[in-house]
Design a protein around this ligand. Structure first.
Ligand SMILES: Nc1ncnc2c1ncn2[C@@H]1O[C@H](COP(=O)(O)OP(=O)(O)OP(=O)(O)O)[C@@H](O)[C@H]1O
Ligand SMILES: [Mg+2]
Length: 169
């Protein structure tokens, strides 16, 4: 689709897509409803795919905001096989969070570490773009994990988008 008047935004996102390893780890896109956030990001995702990045996505949904780790499940599910080689405590916590193990509520810190380890390993194999849309509707646990990962990915070849607002306080 032809986008009008978004050259500057697309250029900025292009730099993220071109060089997540160069230190630009994340972009937060904010704007009024319908202003064109998803359209801009769709262009950037297409460019990332052409550029050889793997794209993992999650979108906050109001109906799922009380389902712990629903958003993380959406993000991680395509790469869940990589969890097999995680350290055992992280693997157990992640499996529990994703509903793949019969376990009590997992330790949130271990889930965060597991997600970070898994995403870093995926990114080492192929640079990664993480896209989180409508984060204001993400379940609390997933938002916490994404924030945890976002604070630590500067040294990994991972790019991240998030919008329309900052992670909920
Ligand atoms: N720069 C643009 N040029 C042409 N059409 C556009 C542009 N930006 C957005 N649109 C169109 O406007 C509509 C709304 O855009 P979009 O869904 O990207 O907004 P949004 O900010 O993500 O909305 P929401 O806050 O509801 O998620 C879509 O039909 C999209 O194709
Ligand atoms: Mg949108």
């Amino acid at each position: 689709m032809q986008l009008f008047g978004r050259e500057a935004e697309l250029k900025g996102l292009g730099e993220l897509v071109d060089g997540p390893a160069a230190g630009c780890a994340g972009v937060l896109i904010q704007g009024e409803p319908g202003v064109g956030k998803s359209a801009v990001v769709a262009e950037a995702v297409a460019a990332a795919t052409v550029g050889g990045l793997r794209v993992l996505r999650t979108t906050g949904v109001e109906a799922e905001r009380n389902f712990a780790y629903a958003g993380l499940h959406q993000l991680i599910f395509p790469v869940r096989a990589g969890a097999d080689t995680l350290p055992a405590p992280q693997r157990s916590a992640l499996w529990a969070a994703l509903g793949l193990a019969d376990a009590a509520e997992p330790n949130a810190y271990l889930v965060g570490l597991a997600a970070l380890t898994l995403l870093a390993e995926e990114a080492a194999a192929k640079p990664l773009l993480i896209v989180a849309e409508d984060v204001h509707w993400l379940d609390r646990e997933s938002a916490d994990v994404l924030a945890f990962v976002a604070r630590r990915i500067e040294s990994e070849p991972i790019g991240a988008y998030s919008w329309p607002a900052a992670l909920p306080a």
